[in-house]
Design a protein around this ligand. Structure first.
Ligand SMILES: Nc1ncnc2c1ncn2[C@@H]1O[C@H](COP(=O)(O)OP(=O)(O)OP(=O)(O)O)[C@@H](O)[C@H]1O
Length: 317
């Protein structure tokens, strides 16, 4: 069963195409990561799925209903899309209770969601005394009130400190139980890759990948990281490596990353030596998913952003 389907779903803002024609199916009952750098169209996609904005073209369904009729499915969707507005002077519990009452939900849901997000015990304190992480958990609690089949969280870790990120991450991993689908967006893959079974990757409105995370991992190879004794030798090291037919996938002052495996380590060392460069570091590592994406785009994120800014300046998007 699919939770979300999209066919040619597109959204333009003036000359900018924030979401390019997008076709995908998102499976039910999984944690799905929606990943892309800032400005990639994640929020725009989520807002279309929530019926907050209309697509410029194409169609989509959420929980088997068309997004042109959001009233048919929004009762079964919980969302944390913008910073939730809580009354700061009221306790977390009082805020949730009034939200539950507004939506005609039984009070028992308040206890259930407080328990789920781990706020029981702090629930009678005013929200203004909550940390950012606690406020975010309260926002997730509010989204969980209707016991939704689909929970949508737009950048739930944004602005949190590392311990807050860990808290939210472990909470998210528990939320896809009981058949619920969780769609969580982030501009940082590393933040959510551990908890997602399915990944949707968009970059500047374009879908790069939608499928099981395992599919991407199996495409991941190895790389060799090198560091020259002297930073000034970096360019020469890159040339020497390329001259032997290896692909250099990244280089900064002093450090060079080569797409190669363990069997290449000694030959790479010899190639550097032959070019008169002593290495002070040489290590073989498994590609991360981030490496796989960079290989997919063939560009760094900064290069892509610069290209987009230039194109936007020309009004070409
Ligand atoms: N209402 C709007 N009017 C004009 N342009 C918009 C509007 N909303 C979004 N955009 C533009 O659409 C593009 C995609 O924005 P969107 O917020 O969907 O990206 P995002 O991936 O969610 O990024 P972020 O994490 O920064 O929110 C951006 O270039 C943004 O400036």
């Amino acid at each position: 069963m699919e939770t979300v389907t999209a066919a040619g779903l597109t959204r333009r803002f003036g000359t900018l195409t924030a979401v390019q024609p997008l076709t995908l199916d998102l499976p039910a009952g999984k944690v799905i990561g929606l990943v892309g750098p800032n400005g990639s169209g994640k929020s725009t996609l989520i807002r279309m799925l929530m019926g907050l904005i209309r697509p410029s073209a194409g169609a989509a369904t959420v929980l088997d209903e068309p997004i042109s009729a959001p009233e048919r499915y929004l009762g079964r969707v919980g969302a944390l899309v913008e910073n939730p507005a809580f009354v700061p002077g009221l306790s977390g519990r009082a805020n949730l209770t009034s939200l539950a009452r507004l939506r005609g939900l039984p009070n028992a849901r308040v206890d259930a969601v407080l328990q789920t997000v781990g706020l029981t015990g702090r629930d009678r304190e005013p929200v203004k005394r909550y940390s950012l992480g606690m406020k975010q958990r309260l926002g997730i609690a509010a989204a969980l009130l209707p016991d939704p089949a689909l929970l949508i969280l737009d950048e739930p870790t944004n602005g949190l400190d590392p311990s807050g990120i860990v808290e939210i991450r472990s909470l998210l991993a528990q939320l896809a139980t009981a058949g619920r689908t969780v769609l969580v967006s982030s501009h940082l893959l590393s933040e959510i890759e551990a908890i997602c079974e399915h990944l949707v990757v968009i970059r500047f409105g374009e879908l790069l990948y939608s499928g099981p995370i395992t599919g991407l991992l199996s495409a991941a190879g190895q790389h060799v990281d090198l560091r020259a004794e002297h930073d000034a030798d970096t360019d020469r090291l890159v040339q020497a490596i390329r001259a032997h037919g290896w692909q250099v996938t990244g280089s900064t002052a002093g450090a060079v990353r080569v797409s190669a495996g363990a069997q290449d380590a000694a030959p790479i060392n010899r190639a550097a030596h032959a070019a008169g460069i002593t290495l002070r570091e040489l290590s073989v590592a498994q590609d991360s998913l981030e490496d796989v994406f960079l290989a997919m785009t063939g560009d760094t994120e900064q290069q892509l952003m610069a290209a987009r800014a230039t194109a936007a300046g020309r009004g070409a998007l």
